[in-house]
Design a protein around this ligand. Sequence first.
Ligand SMILES: *Cc1c(COP(=O)(O)O)cnc(C)c1O
Length: 472
Amino acid sequence: MIDSEEFRKQAHAFVDWMADYLENVDSYPVKSNLKPGDILNKIPEHPPVYPEEMDQIFNDFKDILMPGITHWQSPNFFGYFPANSSYPSLLAEMLTSTLGAQCMIWETSPAAAELEEKVLNWIKDMIGLPNEFHGVIQDTASTASLVALLTAREKHSEFHINEQGFSHNKFRIYCSTETHSSIEKAVKIAGFGRQSLVKIKVDENFRMDPVALKKAIEKDIKDDFFPVCIFATLGTTGSTAIDPLDKIAEIASEYETWLHVDAAYAGTALLLDEYKWMIKGIEKVDSFVFNPHKWMFTNFDCSAYFVKDKDTLINTFSISPEYLKTKTQGEVNNYRDWGIQLGRRFRALKLWFVIRNFGVEGLKEKIRCHITLAKEMEQQIIDSNNFEMVTPRTLNLLCFRYKPKNIKDNGKLNRLNEELLHKINSGGQAFLTHTKLNGIYTLRMVIGQTNVTKEHVQKTWELIRNSVGEDS
Ligand SMILES: *Cc1c(COP(=O)(O)O)cnc(C)c1O
């Protein structure tokens, strides 16, 4: 194994590689086009018995693994939702892994616990959540939503399910047909069974229909079911639809159900005053999550979870084995009791670095810039002859398709758009993904990568048009 001297030498070389990579990342083919097994076949069947040189290991990383990487930090990456990073975030991650601290309780690193508390208070303030919310970092939004559901379950059952398990299964949980798949997963994991999940229909813009929600709850109550939890989404994964939170919140409080808000992607837009309307009704919300690891320039993973009733959260998860008992219990935050896992990385550090180094204004400026770029591209799609928006833009996601005037058949259009997407992505110059909206094969282009500029967007629009044989 290398020693300190060699570590210093290698680390400097690594940093040079990292900086070169990020400076040139837009010249890599965005999506890896390797075939299944290509990497597996290049890695030896058995681990080395004797030490190998770091140079050799690093060379193999470059030669064998890099061709199998999809470049999420490329400004030509327009797929899914971004998983952004930034220089301050990377620097913090270097320190986090150097410290290698296990931040499960306050005593295992008071700085980590107290910085987490403070930074989440900053964020609460930045995005306009009321003061009664308490923040904690979870690894992902999927985990945060599961945590919310388990807390809702225990609140509803007065902690009986934690103690005795289910004694009946007459529970109902509500979300919309456009809700992220992690909610269905959470319902399965939490023991309710998928049949307990009621998917409420959406309106023409893919927002949950609150009238249908109310009707469903009333019918379920008549049939002796207990409504436990409602999931509202700000920024659905398919099309960034914004559920009408104020109306849903009224229903949740009328029927005394837990209300969780999944704002995994769109939550970052709450930094901007012009998007604070999205959380109208927030005072009736029980829990809320958004991912700084998506659109707030903070390396994966980092999910900001906020809950109003922190005692119920802690009562749901706390365990206190002898070896973890401390004198400070009750005085400080022991975040192992605020979620599922015991061990926790020091994630607050990268948030602190990002927020300080960008400044709140700097963050807002970037987000506004992304939204403006999306707005301009939307206009070009609307003005074009052969493309159309499938659903109106809400933030910086464009849902559109190729639709030449002479083709009316939807099946044929779906096939053409699938082929178009494949053509764009296999060329490596840009990467987009797709979804289906009301049976329409829809191209999704998210303009939110940390370093995306007008030029990247413009080049990609030209690429898309060239791919269907239009001249630019
Ligand atoms: C991305 C996304 C998730 C899942 O986020 P993870 O942090 O990867 O678990 C959940 N909900 C919505 C709306 C999302 O866009």
